[in-house]
Ligand binder design. Structure first.
Ligand SMILES: NC(=O)c1ccc[n+]([C@@H]2O[C@H](COP(=O)([O-])OP(=O)(O)OC[C@H]3O[C@@H](n4cnc5c(N)ncnc54)[C@H](O)[C@@H]3O)[C@@H](O)[C@H]2O)c1
Length: 362
C-alpha cells in the first residue's frame, strides 16, 4: 500500500472537523473527495480542502482505483448501509459514532467486515488525548494497582437550535439521546481503561429539551474486573464539563482538561499512594512521547496500522462493546431492572433498543 492514502469524507457536518484533521497530516493522507447530499456543502469543502472530487452521490466514491478510505460522517441511521456498501467495494472504512443502531446491526457489520478486503475503523477520537495515553502507559507498566471505582461525568448543554436539525432528538433517526449521542465517548473510555462491563442499572429522564430521547442519565456499572463505576450525563449544564476519575489501589487519576469535548487531552492529575509510587509515575512520564490528539491522533494511528498491518487503534469489537452498554442502559431503564452482560442474540433488545422497534413492551 502506498504511504499516502487517498481519503473521501462523506457528510460535511462533523466531517469538516475530520477534513481539518486529515489536512494536518499531509504526508499521510490526500483529501481526494468530499461527498454530501447538499451540493453547496460539497462545493465549499472541495474548495477549502482542494479535493479533486465533490459529489452528492456516495456511489461515485466506490468506483475502483479512486480512493483508499471512505470516512462516513453522516447521521447514525445511515451508517450501516453506507459501511456495508463501502466494504463490499473493497475499501477501507472509517465510521463516526455510533457505529450503528443495534447489536444485531453491529453483528451484521462484523460479518461483512470479516470477508472484506478493507478494514473498518470506528471513531472514538477522545481516546487519543495525551493525558489518557499517560494513564494507559502507567497501566501497561503495571503501576496502577487494583481498580476500585471510576466516576465518569458528561455535563454538556444542548439547546433548541441543536434540535433544529431534523434527525436529532428522535428515536428513529438519532437512535438515542445523551447516552448514545454525547456520553458514548466518555463511556468508551471507561471500557478502554477498565475492560468489559458485567452489569448495568440505569435511570433516564428527558428534562432539558422537548425531545423524544433522554437528556439526563444516572447509571451504575459493575466491571468484569470487579471495580464499580458511576456514569452521570446531562445536556442541561450551564457550564460544560467532562470529568473522568479513576481510583486504583495505588493511585487516583483525574482528567483536568477544561475542554468538555477533549477530556483525554493533557493536563491529567496523577496522585500515588506513596512517595515511591509518585516517583515511579514521574519516571514513567519521562519516557512518554506526546502524539497527535483527537481526530488527527486516531487518523495517524489508523495510517500506521494500514501501512504496517498492525492492529487498528479502535476496533470493531470496541464499537460493539459501546453498543452493548447502550443496549443494556436502555433495557435497564425501560424494565427498571439491572442488566447482566454479555447480551445474547436472543436478548429482547438485541435487534433494537428503540421503543417502537423492539420486540417487547414493558
Ligand atoms: N466524534 C464526534 O465527536 C462527533 C461529533 C458530532 C457528530 N458526530 C457524529 O457524526 C455523525 C454526523 O453528525 P453531524 O452532527 O455532523 O450531522 P449533520 O447533520 O450536521 O451533518 C451530516 C451531513 O451528512 C449529510 N448526509 C446525510 N446523509 C447522507 C448521505 N447518504 N450521503 C452523503 N451525505 C449525507 C447531510 O446532508 C449533512 O450535511 C453522527 O453519527 C454523529 O453522532 C460525532
Amino acid at each position: 500500500m502506498s504511504k499516502r492514502l487517498a481519503v473521501a469524507v462523506v457528510g460535511l457536518g462533523i466531517g469538516r472537523a475530520h477534513l481539518d484533521a486529515y489536512a494536518t497530516l499531509p504526508e499521510l493522507y490526500e483529501i481526494k473527495a468530499v461527498c454530501d447530499l447538499d451540493d453547496a456543502k460539497c462545493t465549499s469543502a472541495a474548495a477549502t480542502y482542494e479535493a479533486a472530487i465533490a459529489t452528492t452521490r456516495f456511489a461515485d466514491l466506490l468506483q475502483p482505483g479512486i480512493i483508499d478510505i471512505v470516512d462516513i460522517c453522516t447521521p447514525p441511521a445511515t451508517h450501516r448501509p453506507l459501511v456495508e456498501q463501502a466494504l463490499a467495494a473493497g475499501l477501507h472504512v472509517v465510521c463516526e459514532k455510533p457505529l450503528t443502531g443495534s447489536l444485531g446491526d453491529a453483528d451484521a457489520i462484523v460479518t461483512a467486515a470479516k470477508s472484506a478486503k478493507g478494514t473498518l475503523s470506528p471513531i472514538f477520537q477522545y481516546r487519543f488525548g495525551n493525558g489518557l495515553q499517560k494513564l494507559k502507559l502507567l497501566q501497561d507498566k503495571g503501576l496502577c494497582g487494583t481498580p476500585y471505582l471510576s466516576t465518569i461525568e458528561t455535563s454538556w448543554r444542548r439547546e433548541a437550535d441543536y434540535y433544529d436539525t431534523p434527525w436529532r432528538g428522535k428515536w428513529d433517526s438519532e437512535l438515542g439521546g445523551c447516552c448514545l449521542a454525547q456520553a458514548i465517548h466518555a463511556h468508551d473510555i471507561l471500557s478502554y481503561v477498565n475492560g468489559p462491563i458485567k452489569s448495568v442499572f440505569a435511570r433516564l429522564a428527558t428534562r432539558v429539551n422537548p425531545i423524544e430521547v433522554e437528556d439526563c442519565a444516572a447509571i451504575t456499572v459493575e466491571m468484569a474486573n470487579g471495580s464499580l463505576a458511576t456514569l452521570a450525563v446531562t445536556l442541561g449544564a450551564t457550564e460544560e464539563l467532562s470529568r473522568l476519575r479513576f481510583m486504583f489501589s495505588d493511585m487516583t487519576v483525574e482528567s483536568r482538561s477544561t475542554h468538555p469535548y477533549r477530556p483525554g487531552d493533557d493536563p491529567w492529575h496523577f496522585k500515588g499512594r506513596t512517595p515511591a509510587i509518585d516517583a515511579a509515575i514521574a519516571q514513567a512520564f519521562s519516557e512518554f512521547k506526546p502524539s497527535p490528539e483527537s481526530f488527527a491522533g486516531q487518523f495517524a494511528r489508523i495510517h500506521a496500522s494500514l501501512t504496517t498491518a498492525s492492529p487498528l487503534p479502535v476496533t470493531l469489537a470496541d464499537a460493539r462493546a459501546s453498543l452493548e452498554l447502550i443496549t443494556a442502559i436502555y433495557h435497564s431503564a425501560a424494565t427498571d431492572m439491572p442488566v447482566t452482560l454479555p447480551l445474547p442474540p436472543d436478548h429482547p433488545s438485541y435487534q433494537s433498543w428503540v421503543p417502537n422497534r423492539r420486540s417487547w413492551t414493558r
